[in-house]
Design a protein around this ligand. Sequence first.
Ligand code: FAD
Length: 469
Amino acid sequence: MASPRPFPSQKATESYWRSSTLPIDTHRSSEDLPVHADVVIIGAGYCGASIAHHLVTESERQGREVPSIVILEARQACSGATGRNGGHLKPDPYLRAARVLETHGKEVAEHVAAFEARQVQDVQDLVQSSAFDCDFEETMVSDVCLDEAGGRNTGNSLSKVVAAGISTAQVVERSTGPEAERISGVRGAKTCLKYKAARLWPYRLVCQMLEACVSQGVNLQTMTPVTSVVPQGDGQGWKVTTPRGSMTASKVVHATNGYSSGLLPELRDRIVPVRGICARLAGKGPHPPISDSYMLRFNDFEYDYLVPRPDGSIVVGGGRRDYFKSLDAWFDVDDDSTLIEPARHYFDGYMQRHFVGWEDADVRTDRVWTGIMGYSWDGFPYVGEVPARPGSYVCAGFTGHGMPQIFHSAKHVALLLLNGRVEKEHAVPVPYQTDAARWNSTQEHSSLALWRSVTGTPKCAASCEERGE
Ligand SMILES: Cc1cc2nc3c(=O)[nH]c(=O)nc-3n(C[C@H](O)[C@H](O)[C@H](O)COP(=O)(O)OP(=O)(O)OC[C@H]3O[C@@H](n4cnc5c(N)ncnc54)[C@H](O)[C@@H]3O)c2cc1C
C-alpha cells in the first residue's frame, strides 16, 4: 500500500522503453538549484515535458520573453508512468463520450472525444517538425470484445454517440460474429471496432522534448525529489524544498500524476496511485503478421492493450484478470520496484492463446515491468489552478489513459501560466476542471466502488479501518 503521502520509490523495475537510456536521463542543468524561477514544474514525465514545451513555444509565438523554468524530477527523466507504459496513443472515440453524453450533454461529449482525437495529429506534427526519433506510427486499432455482453455494451455506446452526431464515432467500423474474428485475427472475438490511433516510444519522445527545452534555457534537475511546497512568508509565490536545498518560484505546477497527493494532501482519495503491469514479447514465427494495435476486452473492467513494434516484438499491458480482486496488489500502491505478483506470468503464451495462427509461434515473454498511474475518483484528470492556492497548478490524474490527453492538457496549463486565461479553442473539457466542488468531492473512488461490486465487499469493509473512517 502507498504511504499516506505517495512518492516515487527509489528503485524501479526496468521497462523495455528505458532499457537503453539517453544522456538527458540523469541531466542537471546546473550544479546547484537556481535560487528562483518564474515557474517550477514538478515531474519530468510526458506532462511536465509538455508544459515546458508549450511555455517555450507559446512565449516565442507571442513574441515575449520565455519565463525562467526549472523542472524538478525525483528520479531519472521520464522514469514514471510515461517511461513504463504500453506506448499506445489511442484516443477513445466512443466509450467516454457515451458516458459524458449522459452526464453533461452533447457539446461536452463532443469536446471530450475531439480533444483526445486531435492530439494524434498534433503530436505527429511535433514529431515530424522536430525530427524526433521515437518510432511514431499511425495505426488502426482493433478494439475487440471477447464476451457477448461486452460486445452488446460497446455496440450500444457506439450507437448512442453516432446518433448524437459525435464526430469521432462516425468513422468507427463495427463488425460482429465470425467477421469480427476474421477481421481482428483474435480467437473468439464477438465484436471488433476499428478506428485510428498511433503508437510510439514514449521515453524517447519525452526525452527529446526535454532536450529541446533544455537547449532553449529550461533548467532540468533530475534525481531531485520535492519534499514540500509552501507559500512564501510574504504571500508572493512558493518555497520549494528538496534534499539538495530550497528555491523559490512565482508559480508551481504539479505534473506528478499518481504521486500528486504527496505534495497536495487534499488530493488523497481524489487521485490514487494505481500500479499497472506491462510486458514485451519477442521471438519468431511461424505466425501471420499483425499490423494493428489492439484492445482485448474480456468484460467491462478486464482488458488488455497491445502494440506491435517495428522490430517485430510486441508490447502488451493489462493483466487485470489475474490480480484485480487482490486490491492491495494495485490500488493505492506507489511502489514500482516490484511486479504485481499474481500477474507475473500473465503474458506468457499470450499471443498463442489469443491470436489465430500464432498457436505454434516461438514468442516468449522477454521482460515484465510495472508503473504507477494516477487514477482520479471520477476518471478525469485535474487540469488547472489549485483551489485556494493562487499560483499553484495541477495537471494530473490521467487514469491510465494519459497519452491522448496530456499534450493539450499541458497547453491549457501553459496558457494559464502565461496569460492567466485560456481561450475556448485551447481549453480542456469541463470534466477536467479544478473547481472547488470537484476538488472537495467526497464521493467514493470509482475504482474502489468497482472492486467492491466485483468482489461483493460492502462499503467501508475494505479500507476504512486503515483510513480511520
Ligand atoms: C504499465 C502502464 C501502462 C500504461 N499504458 C498506457 C498506454 O498504453 N496508453 C496510455 O495512454 N496511457 C498508458 N498508461 C498511462 C500513462 O503512462 C500516463 O497517463 C502518463 O504517462 C502520465 O504522464 P505524467 O507525466 O502525468 O506522469 P508520469 O510519467 O508518472 O510523470 C510524473 C513524474 O513526476 C515525478 N514526481 C512525482 N512526485 C515527485 C516529487 N515529489 N518530486 C519530484 N518529482 C516527482 C515522477 O518521478 C515522475 O517522473 C500506462 C501506465 C502504466 C503505468
